[in-house]
Ligand binder design. Sequence first.
Ligand code: NAP
Length: 280
Amino acid sequence: MTTLITGGTGKTAIKLARLIHAAGHPVLLTSRKGVAPNPFKAVTFDWTDLTTFENPFKADPNIDRIYLIAPIVLDVFPVVKPFIDLAISKGVKRFVLLSASQFNKGGVYVGKVHEYLVERGIDYTVLRPTWFIENFGDFHAQNIRENDEILSVTKDGRIRLVGADDIAKAAYDALFTTKSPNTDYFLIGPELYSYTEAAALLSEILGRKINHRHLTNEEEIATFQQFGISPEYATMLNHAESLIAEGVEEALVGNSKAITGTHKLRDYLLANKQLWITDK
Ligand SMILES: NC(=O)c1ccc[n+]([C@@H]2O[C@H](COP(=O)([O-])OP(=O)(O)OC[C@H]3O[C@@H](n4cnc5c(N)ncnc54)[C@H](OP(=O)(O)O)[C@@H]3O)[C@@H](O)[C@H]2O)c1
């Protein structure tokens, strides 16, 4: 029985694929180009092209569980629902949806997908991680390299930044535990950091000063759009980030539905130092 991983070349998906492969289970990845790193098999799949939705099931008729990463479109439910319906009709029995700490069931973005999985009565788990450690090597990387800055609207708000490895481990457990959890979990990391504290840690590791510069909401929305994100999605993302300043992410510590990972920011920054080194 095969696990399908959508967003198969992304930060959490590839780590999940390695865990599934190491455990000896078959795994199939989706990718817009239909290519994946060795030793994985990929199938061409694009959320913006309905004609690609059948491809995974043509490539492997034994898919019975799916790790679902939705596209970055604010009104995502009409895009993802047809794929969930198709997958169930093809024999899929269990879904693990990657959501986020601030997306409540029935609410914005994947909140509606979460609600639909519950309504369909299918086995499911919704993973609701806080902000990723890997954002420093992805979204923040260029600005750290070129301007020695981390930009945010978070002020002194603190976050239990979580690692993609811990998210992949939670996804693996939810996919393969005998009895599906049929609930949602928050995923948090082992240590609290404000972006000012993270900038200080990165300064120490890189041997040069990295600053945390506060943005207004308007400035941040414009910055997100520079990454090709739509104005609507950028506004939603900005709202979710502004909640950090209000202590909403810190309040997850001690939440009975929170799973605490083991991967630490310092270890990630040390291991990936070259991402923020410049020639200047
Ligand atoms: N970053 C954070 O701090 C954070 C926090 C909480 C939750 N999240 C959630 O995490 C999710 C992202 O997960 P991730 O970071 O593991 O993924 P990711 O690294 O952003 O990768 C997503 C993958 O999706 C594929 N993709 C992009 N557009 C696509 C399309 N139109 N159709 C099909 N595939 C497409 C891309 O692969 P190809 O190019 O190969 O197609 C890409 O590798 C989002 O839903 C976000 O809400 C993120």
